[in-house]
Design a binder for this molecule. Structure first.
Ligand SMILES: NC(=O)c1ccc[n+]([C@@H]2O[C@H](COP(=O)([O-])OP(=O)(O)OC[C@H]3O[C@@H](n4cnc5c(N)ncnc54)[C@H](OP(=O)(O)O)[C@@H]3O)[C@@H](O)[C@H]2O)c1
Length: 331
């Protein structure tokens, strides 16, 4: 643990050649010459923070970017910002509310109607909420946004990714943005029904549970993809602690003075986007699936996150819930 902390603070490179101080630009630039042409990536939550920086870094090296967003104005601003830097960048903005199953379904039909390939899916959108709120499907909002919507999104885009990989011979890659805070979840506090509809809501716990669910989702899906011999990998990443919108939502809980003291531990947004870019593009990580990455290197996740039976249970409970909700809704 001590060794890891020192490595983090000093930014010492791990086995991949990168470390905590590596930036998205560095990683994408290094991969640039080794990449197949005409890659397409969908990045959720690319209207701010880590997602916007990931979009900028990938677009800079010629990856076509699809930005599904609920705030179309902010999405247009990000598109403009990227194209000002790189006028040739191809950015497609489309509407989604990731917390709504009907909206995710609508986005997927519209995307699939474009008939373009899909190589990379980055499940990055996320929220932290102090207050208990429910999505239009009557599901706790953190769980609905950070996990459930992305589960459905991945499910509906999976055949497209498998087909693209088979036709092009290029490995498809899915990245789930998780967090080191998944460690905070104890096995007895991880209950599907409590996540869906909690009795005693605690925003930090809800966030941590959703981030644990992101890893379990990647683990179970990786297992299924391997069993199908599909050329699509899925991994989870901890981006590091970055002062973006999501961290600012912790106001009051983690005060500015703590931030001041902890500022040496925080990453810049570009450092925060580096692990996603590494897992999305690096030839080194191409064959890796079902793993957890931090600081651009494979890393350890909690025992609960490694529990295969929990991953399978979560998978089937999620599937049942989504089927029930979609059968109820007319959309
Ligand atoms: N920052 C950190 O220290 C940290 C640490 C560990 C993990 N992470 C993870 O990294 C990911 C990115 O976080 P960030 O720090 O970059 O956060 P951020 O700056 O707050 O960005 C979150 C993004 O998610 C989008 N989003 C939220 N709810 C949505 C919805 N219902 N439909 C569509 N889009 C929605 C937001 O869109 P709007 O513009 O519409 O709000 C925004 O683009 C998250 O999954 C987070 O859990 C972050």
């Amino acid at each position: 643990m001590m060794k890891e902390t020192l490595r983090y603070l000093a930014g010492i490179a791990g086995a991949s050649g990168y470390g905590s101080k590596s930036t998205a630009e560095q990683v994408t630039q290094d991969c640039c010459g080794l990449l197949p042409p005409n890659l397409t990536a969908i990045i959720t939550g690319a209207t701010s923070g880590i997602g916007a920086e990931t979009a900028r870094a990938l677009a800079r090296i010629g990856v076509r970017i699809v930005i599904p967003a609920r705030d179309m104005k902010r999405a247009a601003q990000v598109k403009q910002m990227i194209q000002e830097e790189n006028p040739k960048a191809e950015i497609i903005v489309m509407e989604i509310d990731i917390s709504s199953l009907a909206s995710v379904k609508r986005f997927c039909s519209q995307f699939l109607a474009l008939q373009i390939p899909l190589n990379i899916l980055i499940n990055n959108a996320g929220i932290f909420s102090h207050n208990l709120e429910f999505s239009e499907d009557k599901i706790e909002m953190t769980f609905a946004t950070n996990y459930l919507g992305h589960y459905l999104l991945t499910d509906l885009l999976l055949e497209k990714m498998i087909e693209t990989a088979a036709q092009t011979g290029i490995q498809g890659r899915i990245i789930n943005l998780s967090s080191v805070v998944h460690y905070w979840v104890k096995p007895d506090a991880f209950s599907f029904n409590q996540m869906r509809n909690p009795n005693n809501y605690n925003g930090t716990l809800a966030y941590a549970q959703s981030k644990l669910a992101n890893i379990l989702h990647a683990k179970e899906m990786a297992r299924q993809l391997k069993a199908r011999n599909a050329r699509v990998a899925i991994n989870a990443v901890h981006p590091g602690i970055v002062k973006t919108g999501i961290i600012r939502a912790h106001k009051g809980l983690i005060t500015d003075s703590v931030y001041f003291i902890a500022s040496k531990l925080l990453k810049t947004v570009s450092q925060g986007a580096s692990t996603t870019c590494y897992v999305a593009l690096s030839p080194q990580s191409e064959a890796v699936s079902g793993k957890y990455f931090a600081d651009c290197n494979q890393s350890n996740c909690s025992a609960l996150a490694n529990d295969e039976s929990e991953a399978q249970k979560l998978w089937s409970q999620t599937r049942q819930l989504i089927q029930r909700r979609l059968n109820q809704s007319p959309a």
